[in-house]
Design a protein around this ligand. Structure first.
Ligand code: 6PG
Length: 480
């Protein structure tokens, strides 16, 4: 056996990870169900001068044998049943102490189940979230969120750390916790990604339909914003997307793309888990809902026929307001995302390191940004509470929330949908007010279900004396 690591599944992401490993000086054995894909990989590796570090294997048993024990075998197949099938195929060939490293976008509960299944067999299982896109990120340095068997993690640590993106000399790869921890964190990364993308799209809507800007003018603004506090990969690529021109029509490409967003599930999972744990993650929920509304194009066209075109009155919102609104919305969204992670850590006993998570998101992944460096420092100081009360972010919010307010108010009057930014604003307004309105909800609950309420100084589980029936109440004369 000569390979440092094995990799099964040579679709775009798998082959790019394998090439990345080979480039970092490690020997990688590769296997794929269809042999044709192995041949293609061999030519790619040759073309990039990396064939010396790759060992193509057409037979699964041979492939496993070619990896040094204790083995680390990456599987990069479609999430769901293909992962379970692959585990079953591999099992007879593995020896105690070997590990399977699964790098797809798997649901963390599936990862936890697989981890629990393999543990008694003494086969390690690492569920690893890999972010950065299957082309660029996987090939040149993704962010790598590792969860699962700690012992076997150490066998693969050198390789995974080497292939990850680097931020100021620090690798964006870290072990985060047992079982499904890595995939949980990747899932929330994606939820946050959904929120960022939706908030950017909402702001673009105001520029396009409220300020009457062309795609390329909008692109210029994002390019400029990328030099300020919003500096991030998503702002940068938004500029590029807005500047792209269709080769046939010479029109801005973005103006031709149908306004129907796809989604593969990680956003929905994030929203569900957050709700189940009782952590408000309204920015993620809003972003998921907005994608779902977007996909119902025919219904929207019909509804516009009924209500007429939105009356996009021009508000006095400026580009500076939009920039600050985006910043404030982002802080709320990240505060929510990290709160979900903190709660999961408690609930599942993972001890998830929030500072490390912010650190490994600073480069390589889709949500990488300048702002995450500030978050990493905040969490490094040991402040694990809501980001909205961490001093550095309080200062930014104090400066930026009036703009978020102005933008959301302007959007409401101008008939612009702002599912995500308005959700972020409402969360902020709910979170920062000492006196809310749930007292009334408690009264209602007690009225119809004797659910009880609390009065300060008098204790909890108190009940009101409500009229026995509504009929009695309605029949009672108001004025004699
Ligand atoms: C990444 C991305 C990647 C992918 C997601 C989201 O971190 O590299 O998050 O994993 O883009 O699957 O995809 P959808 O938008 O299709 O749900």
């Amino acid at each position: 056996a000569t390979a440092d690591i094995g990799l099964i599944g040579l679709a775009v992401m798998g082959s790019n990870l394998a090439l990345n490993i080979a480039e970092k000086g490690y020997t990688v054995a590769v296997h794929n169900r269809s042999p044709g894909r192995i041949d293609e990989f061999v030519s790619e590796a040759k073309a990039q001068g990396l064939d010396g570090n790759t060992i193509p294997k057409y037979d699964l048993a041979d492939f496993v044998q070619s990896v040094k024990a204790p083995r680390s075998i990456i599987i990069m197949v479609k999430a769901g049943k293909p992962v379970d099938d692959m585990i079953e195929q591999l099992l007879p060939h593995l020896e105690p102490g070997d590990a399977i490293i699964e790098c797809g976008n798997s649901l963390y509960t599936d990862t936890q189940r697989r981890f629990d299944y393999l543990k008694p067999k003494n086969i390690g299982y690492l569920g690893v979230g890999v972010s950065g896109g299957e082309e660029e990120g996987a090939r040149h340095g993704p962010s790598i969120m590792v969860g699962g068997s700690k012992e076997q993690w150490h066998n693969a640590e050198a390789v995974l750390t080497a292939i990850a993106a680097q931020f100021n000399g620090e690798s964006c790869c870290a072990y985060l916790g047992e079982g499904g921890a890595g995939h949980f964190v990747k899932m929330i990364h994606n939820g946050i990604e959904y929120g960022d993308m939706q908030m950017i799209a909402e702001v673009y809507g105001v520029m396009r339909d409220g300020l009457g800007m062309t795609a390329s003018e909008c692109g210029d603004v994002f390019k400029k914003w990328n030099e300020g506090p919003l500096n991030s990969y998503l702002i940068e690529i938004t500029g590029h997307v807005l500047h792209a021109v269709d080769a046939d029509t010479k029109k801005p490409l973005v103006d031709l793309i149908l306004d129907k967003a796809g989604q593969k599930g990680t956003g929905v999972w994030s929203a569900i888990v957050a709700q189940q744990m009782g952590v408000p993650a309204t920015a993620i929920e809003g972003a998921v809902a907005a994608r779902s509304i977007s996909s119902r194009k025919a219904e929207r066209v019909a509804a516009e026929g009924i209500y007429g075109r939105p009356n996009r009155v021009r508000s006095d919102v400026t580009l500076d307001d939009l920039e600050k609104a985006l910043l404030a919305g982002k802080i709320v969204s990240y505060a929510q995302g990290f709160a979900v992670i903190a709660k999961a850590s408690e609930e599942f006993g993972w001890s998830l390191p929030l500072a490390t998570i912010a650190k490994i998101w600073r480069a390589g992944c889709i949500i990488r940004s300048r702002f995450l460096d500030q978050m990493a420092s905040a969490y490094s100081k040991g402040d694990a509470s809501n980001l909205l009360i961490v001093p550095d972010f309080v200062a930014i919010m104090k400066d930026a929330h009036p703009s978020l307010r102005k933008v959301v108010a302007g959007a409401a009057m101008g008939e612009f949908p702002m599912v995500c930014l308005s959700a972020a604003l409402s969360y902020f307004d709910s979170y920062r007010q000492a006196q809310g309105t749930a007292n009334l909800i408690q009264g209602q609950r007690d009225f119809f279900g004797a659910h009880g309420f609390e009065i300060e100084g008098r204790g909890g589980d108190l009940h009101g004396t409500w009229p026995s029936t509504l009929q009695n109440k309605a029949a009672a004369p108001v004025v004699e």
